[in-house]
Ligand binder design. Structure first.
Ligand code: IMP
Length: 196
């Protein structure tokens, strides 16, 4: 029985669909956040931003809320673009061009994607997990799949970029998939405690 309301704190349709698929075996009645609710992502870390989103939405609706925040951290750039990944430039194409230009002087091209997930009930943070995926920034874009920085992120040990992989493979080894692997057992524990 899907009887526990859980609000997905996102207005991004792609993300909402991904969450719906990942949570399909759980007894949640999934809801989406109210239209027009603007949340300032003022955190300095992905974890802080996920918290801000989950708490704001849960307080607004009065149900449990699940939020994520993710981005790319490049070692030679001191962790940039980091929490500014989506605000680094105006389009995916421009973001990639800027990243490759800024990295040009460096030989160290190590980078990692990070995804923080947070479940909150009002002000209370019930679950926090973070998933990672390590790799290297390529010298030029490769592949057509995915979105964002996928064409220039070559996954460690795989020799291909996220954009050269199909969705299933990216989900298995990617930062978001890794965060979900950590979230699932925590959600099971939470459901047990709610049933007590
Ligand atoms: P947010 O979590 O929706 O705030 O996403 C932050 C930004 O990080 C996105 O707009 C992308 O630029 C980047 N990003 C996050 N996850 C990925 C990914 O899986 N591939 C490529 N870019 C990503």
């Amino acid at each position: 029985m899907n009887n526990i309301p859980l609000v997905i704190a996102s207005s991004n349709e792609g993300k909402i669909k991904e969450f719906q698929k990942l949570l399909q075996d759980f007894p949640f009645n999934l809801k989406t956040q109210p239209l027009g609710l603007e949340i300032d992502e003022t955190g300095k870390t992905f974890r802080e931003n996920a918290r801000i989103k989950a708490i704001t939405v849960s307080k607004e609706i009065g149900d449990l809320s699940l939020a994520d925040d993710s981005g790319l951290c490049v070692e030679s750039l001191g962790g940039a673009p980091g929490v500014y990944s989506s605000r680094y430039a105006n389009s995916d194409k421009e973001r990639i061009e800027k990243l490759l230009a800024e990295l040009q002087p460096f030989t160290n091209r190590k980078a990692k994607f990070e995804c923080a997930l947070c479940v909150a009930s009002g002000e209370n943070v019930l679950i926090e997990v973070t998933g990672f995926c390590e790799g290297l920034i390529t010298f030029s874009p490769k592949g057509k799949n995915g979105f964002g920085y996928d064409p220039v992120f070559e996954v460690s040990g795989f020799g291909e970029t996220f954009a050269q992989m199909n969705y299933k493979k990216k989900k298995q080894i990617g930062h978001r998939g890794n965060a979900f692997k950590l979230l699932k057992p925590e959600l099971k524990k939470l459901l047990t405690s709610l049933a007590d």
